[in-house]
Design a protein around this ligand. Structure first.
Ligand code: UGA
Length: 458
């Protein structure tokens, strides 16, 4: 009996080590770029058993990573990095050329910002491609993870071909990522689909080895060409942004007495619509949706095509932030001069410290212009917001921020804001005025306690 249990335990350990998340054919991988994508990718691929080196031209950042300092807040990332550094399957280096030479597979995960016109700056991706090209000592697979305009993978392949010092074969793969900040590790380990734009069977074989754990559990994979893979990425982000812009517009029907949460639920229960990304808020933000929409519009304009629905999504998103502010100002009869206003939530969404294109930036700017005195609290994003607005008051806790406030506005759906003690807040605020732009509080309770909020009289 004892032996049987031992045997079962051994079988369990054997299989949990092999399935689902471990590879039988480990690859030497170099990842260029240690931003959100590069770090999560590096950490997770090393966790599969690949030997990964993350490199970056920012030597300071690499030094910090080598010292165990993780530059971003991302759920579970620190743990997975520490675990794999300890196992020697993950390291950080600024010796980019050496690591390119050592690797069998190279990922490019550098930033691709856009200018105000929507044109994508490809400078970093071009530099990385030239560096790879000059250090191609044997066949390598080069995967493009960065979000790049349609046609860029083809262009990168040409750059590499044209700058090779040694003529060896290589393959380029378009492998867009679909990670969401805040849940990126979980998204990586539980992908809904994987997209590969490829041009050779050899590339397909290597990719199948890298992603073996996903193939074992039948994650859908689409093998296609470069331009299609690039388009899937842009079309996905654009569609999600349109969905959010749409529900945000519908949320403004609240002034007709409409319960937007019920509308969202009622729509989402239809599988053809789906319930995800149907939560109204203060407008979409972040480093992807606004940028990717502009980039796709820029690209399509160059072929004389107008994507009107997409254009409208960005315009609608800007208008929505304006409306959010107007609704709030209305609670003060449009006079915010000298009013103490508390902002709860600065990050563009919960579980991240990222404030890029956060709706909070627009709202703070407008409040400042109206003469309000701003107190703010966010569990993670205050440091980053202080770089944009050094002159507002950052508080240590929600309740600190709310003491003596004339009004408050919730902009990020952090879990701790969902559990606010509304009785306590009612007592510590000077005026019980609340605008919950994320619909996370119980409106019936707010009404019962005597809070004033937009259209509370309906
Ligand atoms: C987005 C995509 O969701 C990822 O699949 C993609 O990989 C990523 O961009 C990227 O291109 O790198 P992310 O920007 O991290 O991910 O954030 P989301 O979770 O998509 O949220 C974007 C914005 O929409 C946030 O401001 C969020 O608050 C808002 N949102 C989202 C809503 O207002 N309502 C919703 O129901 C969902």
């Amino acid at each position: 009996m004892k032996n049987n249990i031992k045997f079962l335990i051994l079988i369990f350990i054997f299989y949990t080590n092999l399935l689902p998340f471990s590879v039988s054919n480990s690859k030497k991988i170099c990842i260029i770029g240690t931003g959100y994508v590069g770090l999560v990718l590096g950490a997770c691929l090393s966790d599969f058993g690949h030997i990964v080196t993350c490199v970056d031209k920012d030597k300071e950042k690499i030094k910090e990573l080598q010292n165990g300092k993780i530059p971003i807040y991302e759920l579970g990332l620190t743990e997975i990095i520490y675990k794999n550094v300890h196992k020697n399957t993950l390291k950080f280096s600024d010796e980019i050329e050496k690591e390119i030479k050592n690797a069998e597979v190279i990922y490019i995960a550098v930033g691709t910002p856009t200018n105000p016109d929507g044109e994508t700056f490809l400078d970093d991706i071009i530099s990385a491609s030239i560096l790879i090209s000059k250090n191609l000592n044997e066949y390598k697979l080069i995967c493009i993870k960065s979000t790049v305009p349609i046609g860029t993978n083809k262009f990168i392949k040409e750059i590499i071909q044209n700058n090779q010092t040694k003529k060896v074969n290589f393959d380029v793969v378009s492998n867009p990522e679909f990670l969401r900040e805040g849940v990126a590790v979980n998204d990586f380990l539980n992908p809904r689909r994987i997209i590969f734009g490829i041009e050779s069977e050899k590339a397909k074989k290597i990719l199948s080895q890298i992603y073996e754990p996903f193939i074992k559990i039948n994650i859908p994979i689409i093998w296609t060409n470069f331009n299609t893979a690039e388009t899937i990425k842009y079309a996905s982000n654009s569609f999600l942004a349109i969905k959010i812009a749409f529900i945000n517009e519908i949320s403004r029907l609240k002034k007709l007495g409409v319960d937007i949460k019920a509308v969202s639920k009622g729509m989402g229960l239809d599988n053809r619509i789906g319930s995800e990304f149907l939560n109204p808020g203060p407008g979409f933000g972040g480093s992807c949706f606004p940028k990717d929409i502009e980039a796709l519009l820029h690209k399509t304009r160059s072929i004389n095509e107008n994507l009107k629905i997409l254009e409208a999504a960005n315009i609608s998103n800007e208008l929505h932030k304006e409306k959010i502010f107007q609704n709030f100002a209305l609670l003060f009869n449009n006079n915010l001069e000298g009013k103490i206003i508390t902002i709860l939530g600065l990050a563009f969404k919960a579980n991240t410290d990222d404030v890029r294109s956060s709706p909070a930036i627009t709202i703070i700017q407008k409040l400042k212009e109206s003469g309000a005195i701003i107190k703010a609290y966010d569990p993670k994003a205050m440091k980053k917001m202080a770089q944009i607005f050094p002159d507002i008051q950052y508080c240590n806790s929600t309740y600190d921020a709310l003491t003596n406030a004339d009004g408050m506005i919730i902009l990020t759906e952090w879990q701790e804001f969902k559990n606010l003690d509304l009785e306590k807040i009612y007592k510590i605020m000077k005026n019980p005025i609340i605008y919950d732009t994320r619909y996370i509080l119980d409106e019936e309770k707010l009404k019962f306690l005597g809070y004033k909020f937009p259209f509370s009289d309906l």
